[in-house]
Structure formats: C-alpha cells, structure tokens
Design a protein around this ligand. Structure first.
Ligand SMILES: *[C@@H]1O[C@H](CO)[C@@H](O)[C@H](O)[C@H]1NC(C)=O
Ligand SMILES: *[C@@H]1O[C@H](CO)[C@@H](O)[C@H](O)[C@H]1NC(C)=O
Length: 330
C-alpha cells in the first residue's frame, strides 16, 4: 500500500479531529443517587483521614458514625481521602483494605454506598489498586475514583482529585507517588479544571457541593493550599458553590468566606488527631475548630442545608445551617 501526500494529510487530519473531539467531550463520570425518604431529604456522613486498622480512635469514630447513621437513616457516606495509612494500598490483595475499612465500618447503617476520593497518602501506594473495581468485589459499598459527580437531584456533589495540584509532592524526595494516569500534569490539571467548571455551570441543582482531600483554607498544621486558592477557588466562587468539603488536616473545622456564600468544612478526624497546632485566624471567618477526632453529617432538603460535627462520644460539637428559596414560584 502506498499513500500520496494528500491522502496522508487527510488521514492525519481525521485522526486529529477524532482525538480533539474526544478530548473536548471528556466529561466527569456521573452517578445518580436520589433521596429515597418520602420528604426527599438527603442525609450523608462525611469522614476523612481514617484507615489505621481501627487505631487512634478510628474504631470509636466508626462506632458513633454507625449510631448517628442509623438515627439519621443516611443515604450514603463520603470519604474525603487519605483512606489507607501510611502509604495507600500495595495491591488489590492488600489486607489493609479489610483491616482498615471492612472490619472497622461494620454497623448496619454504614453498609451504604461510600463515595471516596484519594488523598496524598493514597498516592504513595498503588493508586490503580485503590481505584480498581476488584475492591468492590471484596466489599460492595466501596467506590473510589479520581474525579466524578454524584447527582442527587436537589444537590449535586463534585468530587475532585486534589493531590496532583500540590507542587510539593512532585519534588518530595522522601516518598514515591504513583502518578500513573496523571502525567503530563499540566494537561491533567487543566482538563480537570475545565471539566469541573463546565459541570458546575451546567448544574441545575439548588445546592452545589465540592469535595476534595486537600484544604483550600485551614488553620491546621497543613494550612491553606495555595495551588487550590489560585486555581480552584475562583471557579467555586464564580459558579456559586455552597460548600467545599475536605480532609487533610486532622481536625473538624468550619470557615466562612467573607466574599461569597461558600463555606469551607474540614472533616479530617477519622483517626489520628490531636496534633496541637492551630494557627491564628480571622474570628469573623472561623466558625469552629476542633483538634480531635470525629465526623460530619450533612442534611439537604429543597430549601435547607445543614451540617453538624460529632465527636468520638457522638455529641454534636458544632452545627450550621442555611436556607435558600427555590425558584419554583418565580
Ligand atoms: C481518643 O479520644 C479521646 C476523647 O476525645 C481522647 O482523649 C484520646 O486522646 C483519643 N486517643 C487518641 C489516640 O487520639
Ligand atoms: C438542566 O436542565 C436543562 C433543562 O431542563 C436540561 O436540558 C439539562 O440537561 C439539565 N442539566 C443537567 C446537568 O442535568
């Protein structure tokens, strides 16, 4: 077979167009998880920074999650990342998955769908193993993906893979990170931001909630994440996102933005906490900071959103709510 120059150019052009179409049309994977309660309210639990074989109060937090989860009849559970310490999973057969997840979150009310993102500690292991559908075969409630959307009708959740945003992991000489599927990094990040921006723009949900492992703002020891302040925050503000929920700092924290309705919520108290390092913060923004273990609940209805933080004894230590008039009558 021999091609002349014109045929060759045409083939190249067609290939280029197909690739470009795929590239532009790339969309975040979308799941539907609609409320099942008659009043169409949605209740979820959020826990972050947990997998330590039940140690450092992980089991106590899990026990209280089970009790509160039953009381609220939760629809699903969100993990804000750092699922398996210290270095993610080795492979799909890693016993840590069973010891730190299945054997810990045993309450009946927690046998609901979990939606998980990856944290920086997960990236230190075999990321493809943690994302593998093989884990769902072991424990059907498990689902971990890099970036995806859960549409619950009145509320839409946008899960974002935040680890690749942080420059310092790319120069960290003490740890290896599994960047398979992330490189080239610039392309990965710019695609992701484009997809998130597009999905937020198109969203019809009354409430928009973004979830990532890393902090945007935090008074904890990790503190703010400048890369996310620069690259993600402007999108969240422009698209009128209601909540940004993260882990990373091992605390429970609520910061209110002074520029927008955005609330920054840290639920990173799934296991090891009590670091004893809290930085000064503008008291007009800082609503709540707790250095210890616990988790967060979120309740959403057509007109209201409310969050509560619980400690290891199952006591509510902070709560907040907001209302919105829906546009049904306008
Ligand atoms: C477990 O929780 C209790 C109550 O908050 C706390 O006093 C204790 O230090 C915690 N244990 C660890 C290992 O963090
Ligand atoms: C938003 O609503 C419009 C009009 O009803 C519909 O065409 C569109 O698919 C909806 N968008 C999403 C993301 O559900």
């Amino acid at each position: 077979m021999s091609f002349n120059k014109k045929t060759y150019t045409t083939i190249l052009l067609v290939v280029y167009m197909v690739v470009a179409t795929l590239y532009v049309a790339a969309e975040l994977q979308r799941f539907h998880h609609f409320p099942t309660k008659p009043d169409r309210s949605l209740d979820i639990l959020v826990v972050g920074d947990w997998g330590r074989r039940g140690l450092y109060n992980q089991s106590n937090v899990a026990h209280q999650m089970g009790k509160i989860g039953e009381k609220l009849d939760v629809d699903f559970i969100v993990s804000a990342g750092d699922n398996f310490y210290e270095d993610g999973l080795i492979d799909e057969e890693d016993p840590l998955f069973d010891e730190s997840f299945t054997q810990v979150y045993t309450a009946k009310s927690l046998q609901k769908q979990w939606y998980s993102v990856l944290g920086n500690h997960d990236y230190r292991g075999n990321v493809l193993a943690q994302l593998s559908p093989a884990l769902k075969q072991k424990d059907s409630k498990w689902l971990c993906l890099r970036s995806f959307i859960v549409n619950s009708g009145i509320v839409e959740f946008f899960f974002i893979d935040t680890t690749p945003f942080e420059d310092k992991y790319f120069t960290d000489e003490d740890h290896d990170y599994d960047w398979r599927g992330v490189l080239p990094r610039e392309e990965y990040l710019s695609n992701l931001l484009k997809e998130v921006d597009m999905a937020l723009e198109k969203s019809n949900a009354t409430w928009k909630i973004v979830i990532g492992h890393h902090t945007i703002f935090s008074a904890g020891s990790h503190g703010n994440t400048q890369e996310l302040i620069d690259q993600l925050l402007p999108i969240l503000e422009a698209r009128e996102v209601d909540l940004y929920i993260n882990g990373h700092d091992h605390c429970l924290q609520h910061i209110s933005s002074q520029n927008s309705q955005l609330q920054f919520l840290t639920s990173g108290g799934g296991s090891k906490a009590w670091r004893g390092e809290v930085n000064q913060w503008n008291p007009k923004e800082m609503q709540f900071y707790y250095d210890g273990q616990g988790f967060m609940t979120l309740r959403v209805t057509e007109s209201d959103i409310s969050v509560a933080f619980y400690d290891v004894f199952g006591e509510i230590i902070h709560s907040w709510s907001n209302s919105k008039y829906t546009h049904m009558d306008s």
